[in-house]
Ligand binder design. Structure first.
Ligand code: ASP
Length: 316
């Protein structure tokens, strides 16, 4: 069975926070990404290409906090992180703190395939993008009024904010800085190969140079054919410290846990005890998938070759 699973961020996503128009927008945004990525799998494409294709659609859609819709840093800039991993050979590529790159996931894939390295950051990653024909975009491409207003409200404070928290100041965390809204995809292709990818603008008002979990292999992103592919979204500092994605893979590899038990152990027990809010998507080499989150909701969707399809926002 081949399967594509995507997310568009976790957070305080409840029916009370959303109006009909937003529900329609997020449904359409997730569906467009699902269609694009699933087509790759249907045409016998690789999990890696399906993950990239789905993420590009979400990076181009300003409703998500990645690529075009990225949030603003403390300096009023857009700095993006992304990673991609191929579970068939454990190859990985990642970028952190990149600016003016239209599709950071494509840059991460180019790092994996062409740089001889795994992880490039800041101006070095930007230079690699320019010399490898990666599409760039001017600052105004990344400007979205709602994200800008979100930042203006807190720019003179030490607060950072989760993307999907609206004006709920309870969710504004002092010093740690934070916002959800990241996008991600995991896939199992027709050959049973797995891949994972994650892309984000990070958190509103994050410090200059702050890097979250999303581009860190083993924290926000991980894929290994023998266990699972994982893409996380949530309060990155906690996901980094809990090494979430690799921890789930290890629970499966060394302790023999099922996909669902491994995900729930980390998301609903370990992270909760640490105070880390968020969630993840997961798939194994049988094409079985899991959505696991400890926040009120997570934008999520999946489709598989058995004909199952889900698009959901709120907790079950
Ligand atoms: N995990 C991301 C970060 O901390 C944010 C998110 O998932 O929305 O940068």
């Amino acid at each position: 069975m081949y399967t594509l699973v995507i997310h568009g961020g976790a957070g305080n996503i409840t029916p009370a926070m959303m109006n009909k128009e937003q529900e329609t927008q997020y449904t359409a945004g997730l569906k467009a990404a699902l269609d694009k990525g699933y087509d790759v799998l249907k045409n016998s494409g690789s999990a890696l290409d399906a993950v990239e294709a789905a993420i590009i659609i979400m990076e181009n859609d300003p409703i998500f906090n990645a690529g075009r819709g990225s949030v603003f840093t403390k300096k009023g800039l857009n700095e993006m992180d992304a990673a991609i991993m191929d579970g068939s050979n454990l190859a990985a590529g990642a970028v952190a703190g990149v600016r003016n790159v239209k599709n950071p996931i494509t840059l991460a894939k180019a790092v994996m395939l062409k740089s001889g390295h795994v992880f490039l950051s800041g101006s070095g990653a930007g230079e690699f993008a320019l010399t490898n024909g990666i599409e760039m975009a001017p600052d105004n491409y990344f400007f979205k009024k709602s994200r800008y207003d979100q930042w203006v409200k807190i720019r003179d404070s030490d607060y950072t904010q989760l993307d999907h928290e609206g004006d709920n100041l309870k969710s504004v965390l002092p010093q740690t800085g934070h916002k959800f809204g990241t996008v991600g995809a995991v896939a199992c292709d027709i050959n049973g190969n797995l891949a994972a990818g994650t892309s984000t603008g990070g958190m509103t008002n994050k410090r200059y140079g702050r890097i979250g979990d999303s581009p860190v292999i083993g924290a926000g992103t991980y894929a290994n054919n023998t266990t699972c592919a994982i893409s996380c979204t949530g309060h990155g500092e906690f996901f980094l410290r809990a090494v979430v994605a690799y921890d789930i893979s290890c629970l499966m590899e060394y302790k023999g846990l099922s996909l669902v038990d491994a995900c729930n152990t980390v998301v609903k027990d370990k992270l909760v005890k640490m105070g880390g809010e968020g969630g993840l998507i997961a798939v194994n080499a049988k094409g079985e998938h899991e959505f696991s989150f400890n926040s009120a909701g997570m934008y999520r969707a999946m489709r598989n070759s058995d004909g199952a399809e889900t698009i959901a926002f709120y907790s079950k």
